[in-house]
Ligand binder design. Structure first.
Ligand SMILES: *[C@@H]1O[C@H](CO)[C@@H](O)[C@H](O)[C@H]1NC(C)=O
Ligand SMILES: *[C@@H]1O[C@H](CO)[C@@H](O)[C@H](O)[C@H]1NC(C)=O
Ligand SMILES: *[C@@H]1O[C@H](CO)[C@@H](O)[C@H](O)[C@H]1NC(C)=O
Ligand SMILES: *[C@@H]1O[C@H](CO)[C@@H](O)[C@H](O)[C@H]1NC(C)=O
Ligand SMILES: *[C@@H]1O[C@H](CO)[C@@H](O)[C@H](O)[C@H]1NC(C)=O
Ligand SMILES: *[C@@H]1O[C@H](CO)[C@@H](O)[C@H](O)[C@H]1NC(C)=O
Ligand SMILES: *[C@@H]1O[C@H](CO)[C@@H](O)[C@H](O)[C@H]1NC(C)=O
Length: 384
């Protein structure tokens, strides 16, 4: 995208030349836009209220080209979805304009910084979206895989590592993702009957967060859809609080355990931010799952979120209230976009399988990329 050429020139060029190129490339674009509003103004405005507007300059990157960072399953163009009108919108907050995303400017602002996404597959989508945005969706051989620095290496026999970490060498910016679907600390229990039980400590942050927090400058957490009785049983998780097994009562109810975990984690993080003020932390509200998502007409559920009501995610909203952890409130604006899920794509047959038909995917939880998670990142970046 914009400034993509200047990035290839590497660090050998003088800063002045880069700025000149940037000016030349971005000037004609800015003209068409309303006057820039300062970031301070964005910080005061509730970016979760506003409307989706058509924007011919969308998407921010190509779903065909962003192969280096994007899981095939999230890339609806590669997966053969036939309609793409959902890609052509941006979010316009009410009462303030968001600065337009510019990847060179973004990386420069994030010089020497580490941005960490920790959560479930929705967090992973947001991470992959940011990688595509920051690279312009192009192959970038100079971007370094630094997963080993964070212990993110694929264990023998595992399908994938617990996460990924990449560094942009020109600005020394690191973007990483770590898988923690419930944001609890999971510790295998010894000699259990039945075997392979895992202690799920609701009142302890995942060890990964504790170990690496001092290296993060921006932390984005999310959880939600993995809190179900079925999932807990499938993984042999045994809820613990205060180091002992939860015996009954309030926390036996999965929804209450999730609420308790989110509140405790945010409280712990708030205390950490007071010790390390350079850290900015966000909690992403739950990403909506739609009942049905075979609709292909954008915005048939409306385009606006108005009013003074709070977030649809009252758990995250109340947990961050009065703390230094910020809410990244994406629920209501994403709810309007039932046409932007991974639906209508033809599942490519796997090499090993003898399946010849191509069943249609109807995943009404995850999103096509480019798509809605790009907007989540724009809202995040506007608040950094
Ligand atoms: C990169 O940034 C980190 C802080 O995140 C800093 O400790 C390190 O010295 C920087 N490295 C270079 C080469 O600038
Ligand atoms: C980034 O880190 C390097 C090495 O520590 C330092 O020389 C440089 O001034 C830092 N830049 C910023 C913007 O912090
Ligand atoms: C399990 O066993 C290992 C090694 O035998 C020990 O280090 C660890 O503390 C034990 N864990 C628990 C929860 O008892
Ligand atoms: C954990 O310990 C605290 C303080 O000792 C106590 O107030 C709380 O009720 C305990 N929680 C559980 C679930 O046992
Ligand atoms: C979506 O699926 C329903 C049945 O589940 C069908 O009645 C409807 O026509 C479909 N809509 C589109 C746009 O394909
Ligand atoms: C936030 O906390 C304040 C004071 O504790 C309370 O008055 C307010 O209702 C809370 N807001 C939300 C959205 O929970
Ligand atoms: C694949 O072929 C095997 C052997 O013919 C058969 O048992 C199996 O059901 C087939 N799998 C699928 C998914 O059709």
């Amino acid at each position: 995208m914009f400034g993509g050429k200047s990035y290839i020139l590497k660090g050998s060029l003088s800063l002045a030349l880069i700025i000149l190129i940037l000016l030349v490339i971005t000037l004609p674009v800015t003209e068409k836009y309303p006057p820039r509003i300062s970031l301070i103004e964005v910080k005061k405005c509730n970016v979760a209220k506003g409307k989706w507007v058509e924007d011919r300059k969308r998407p921010l990157y190509s779903g065909f080209e962003c192969k280096q960072w994007l899981s095939t399953i999230f890339s609806c163009r590669v997966m053969g979805r036939p309609d793409f009108s959902f890609e052509g919108y941006r979010w316009q907050p009410e009462g303030c304009n968001m600065p337009e995303f510019d990847r060179v400017n973004f990386l420069r602002r994030m010089q020497n910084k580490t941005i960490a996404f920790i959560g479930d597959s929705l967090g992973r989508e947001q991470f992959q979206s940011l990688m595509c945005m920051a690279t312009g969706g192009k192959e970038r051989p100079e971007v370094q895989n630094v997963g080993w620095e964070y212990g993110l290496v694929k264990p023998k026999g595992a399908p994938r590592p617990d996460g990924w970490a990449y560094r942009f060498p020109t600005t020394n910016t690191t973007i990483l993702f770590y898988w923690s679907s419930t944001l609890t600390d999971l510790v295998p229990m010894n000699n259990t009957n039945p075997p392979h039980l895992v202690a799920m400590h609701l009142d302890r942050p995942p060890a990964f967060i504790k170990n690496y927090l001092h290296r993060f400058h921006v932390l984005i957490l999310n959880t939600g859809h993995h809190w179900s009785r079925g999932e807990i049983e499938e993984h042999h998780w045994v809820m613990h609080v205060n180091g002992t097994r939860v015996q009954g009562g309030y926390l036996k109810e999965v929804g209450n355990a999730k609420d308790f975990t989110i509140h405790r984690l945010v409280k712990w993080l708030d205390a950490q931010i007071r010790l390390h003020p350079r850290l900015k932390a966000f909690f992403t509200t739950i990403s909506p799952r739609h009942q049905k998502c075979n609709n292909t007409v954008p915005l048939s559920r409306g385009r606006k979120i108005t009013g003074d009501g709070g977030s649809l995610d009252t758990i995250v909203e109340s947990a961050v209230n009065g703390t230094k952890v910020k809410i990244l409130d994406i629920t209501a604006l994403s709810e309007l976009r039932d046409e932007a899920h991974i639906a209508g794509s033809k599942l490519k047959p796997k090499k090993v399988s003898n399946v010849t038909s191509t069943p249609t995917i109807n995943d009404c939880l995850h999103w096509c990329l480019p798509g809605i998670p790009d907007t989540w990142n724009e809202l995040l970046i506007a608040q950094l």
